[in-house]
Design a protein around this ligand. Structure first.
Ligand code: ADP
Ligand code: MG
Length: 238
């Protein structure tokens, strides 16, 4: 059993398996992500990176094993508490997933409206995160009038607006040019420095080399090795 009193871990997995029918996507994953970690989950396409993130934000259920988030065992969380648990996460996707017919402001404010926050607080908070990502001048724009890099900055703002403990990013720079990717990674680094745990799934080795951080390797659904990559350090682990 996992020790639920382990204070320094924000996420723990213990012998986790995930199957899609007969397809084994994750096999016997045991890992520990400390609070305020900045960690990459990497490995080739099909290795199970997206599935691992989905287990964390409860888009998929674990087939076998245990997941603890902030000391809460997911298998023991009552259904009605799942929305609360999801609010611990801010999630960023490769394809931004902004609502096309809503403005930049609305895409970000919806998170707080769903959480029942007061109008005045919503205004203040949304403006502050849009300023943080450099999109305060585009509040009334519709997503498709923005570049990919700008759309992803709005998605980062949306992920941050609820003050999540953990940011999950699934190939966040996968559709971006190098400059836009650099801006997104700098934002994620800032978020980390301000005290949030950041977990980034990517197959992009150059991105990891450029950014630096702890790296967890997945290979055919199994956790391979774990190492630390310094920024700009051409490490032999790849
Ligand atoms: N919804 C699904 N139904 C069936 N198989 C899936 C589904 N999603 C992913 N898989 C399979 O699970 C494995 C891991 O996929 P995924 O987690 O998306 O890997 P990655 O993000 O590393 O590319 C792959 O073999 C993939 O084909
Ligand atoms: Mg994936």
């Amino acid at each position: 059993m996992i020790d639920a009193n382990e204070k320094s871990s924000v996420i723990r997995m213990f012998h986790v398996h995930h199957n899609y029918g007969i397809q084994k996507a994750l096999i016997d994953i045991t890992l520990d992500i400390p609070k305020n970690d900045f960690v990459f989950i990497t490995g080739p396409s099909g290795a199970g990176k997206t599935t691992l993130l989905k287990l964390l934000y409860l888009a998929e259920a674990v087939t076998e094993g245990q997941v603890l988030i902030d000391g809460m065992n997911l298998s023991r969380v009552p259904r009605k508490r799942i929305p609360l648990l999801r609010r611990k996460f801010g999630i960023i996707f490769q394809d931004y997933k902004l609502i096309a017919n809503r403005t930049v402001f609305d895409n970000v404010s919806l998170v707080l409206e769903a959480a029942g926050k007061k109008r005045r607080l919503i205004l203040k908070k949304v403006r502050s995160v849009l300023r943080l990502v450099g999109m305060e001048d585009r509040q009334t724009a519709l997503p498709l009038s923005l570049s990919g890099g700008e759309q992803q900055r709005v998605a980062v703002a949306r992920a941050l607006v609820g003050d999540p403990k953990i940011i999950l990013a699934d190939e966040p720079t996968g559709s971006l040019d190098d400059d836009s990717a650099g801006i997104i990674m700098d934002l994620l680094k800032d978020v980390h420095i301000r005290g949030t745990t950041v977990i980034i799934a990517t197959h992009d080795k150059d991105l990891i080399r450029k950014t630096g951080g702890r790296v967890l390797f997945l290979k055919e659904g199994r956790l391979d090795t774990s190492s630390f990559v310094e920024k700009d350090y051409d490490n032999s682990i790849f």
